[in-house]
Design a protein around this ligand. Structure first.
Ligand SMILES: Nc1nc2c(ncn2[C@@H]2O[C@H](COP(=O)(O)OP(=O)(O)OP(=O)(O)O)[C@@H](O)[C@H]2O)c(=O)[nH]1
Ligand SMILES: [Zn+2]
Length: 203
């Protein structure tokens, strides 16, 4: 039986192909597209593509727990929500391997400890830079924040365009997909959720 790699599994747990094998695969796809991979303009393309893949999918080599490990308690008892909004999201859909581009809004209500705000954006990247569905991505960001920081609430909203729907297939160029995950107070208390939704929709 063929072994299928589980989605969102770090590459060290898979049988990683060599660079040569990966470049050969790109050459095959160029031929499949109908061009000659040996012509001058395309000769270095397999190398560029596999290097680009290392960037697109860098998240497999990142550890979210490490990113959130450093927290601060000296914040004068701050216990209201912290929101980082409009985090640029660059991911790839796991069905077609084409870009998902959009914005993420991430919030939490601290319980004594806060985390550096850049770490919330880094956490988005850890999961975005993998093969994804938008639902999985949203859930992974929220669940990791809850598990590691143990805050009183977590909210994640993602609003993104899927190029598999805009540049191919159904070609609906104006569509965007919105997903959300609310945990703790954001799930239990409608006023907290409403305050968050209000703050992220304001400019
Ligand atoms: N739920 C969900 N679906 C997604 C996401 N990204 C892409 N898809 C959808 O995944 C589905 C794959 O459907 P298939 O019928 O297997 O593939 P397809 O023939 O290429 O589908 P079309 O895009 O309709 O041409 C499509 O409906 C995509 O729109 C995502 O993040 N979440
Ligand atoms: Zn897709």
């Amino acid at each position: 039986m063929t072994k299928v790699a589980k989605p969102n599994v770090s590459s060290e747990h898979q049988n990683s192909p060599s660079r040569e094998e990966a470049m050969q695969a790109v050459k095959t796809l160029i031929s499949w597209a109908g061009d000659d991979p040996n012509r001058e303009g395309l000769i270095d393309t397999p190398k560029r593509v596999i290097n680009a893949y290392k960037e697109f999918f860098a998240g497999y080599g990142m550890n979210p727990d490490e990113i959130l490990a450093r927290t601060f308690e000296e914040v004068e008892g701050y216990d209201e929500m912290v929101i980082i909004k409009n985090v640029r999201l660059e991911s790839h859909c796991e069905h077609h391997i084409v870009p998902i581009l959009g914005k993420a809004h991430v919030a939490y209500i601290p319980d004594k400890r806060v985390v550096g705000i850049s770490k919330l954006a880094r956490l988005v990247d850890v999961y975005a830079k993998r093969l994804q569905t938008q639902e999985t991505l949203t859930a992974q960001i929220a669940d990791t924040l809850e598990r590691v920081l143990k805050p009183r609430g977590v909210a994640v909203v993602i609003d993104a365009g899927h190029q598999c729907m805009t540049t191919r297939g159904i070609h609906k160029t104006e569509t965007s997909t919105v997903t959300s995950r609310m945990l703790g107070l954001f799930r239990k208390d409608p006023r907290t959720r409403a305050e968050f939704m209000n703050l992220i929709t304001k400019i």
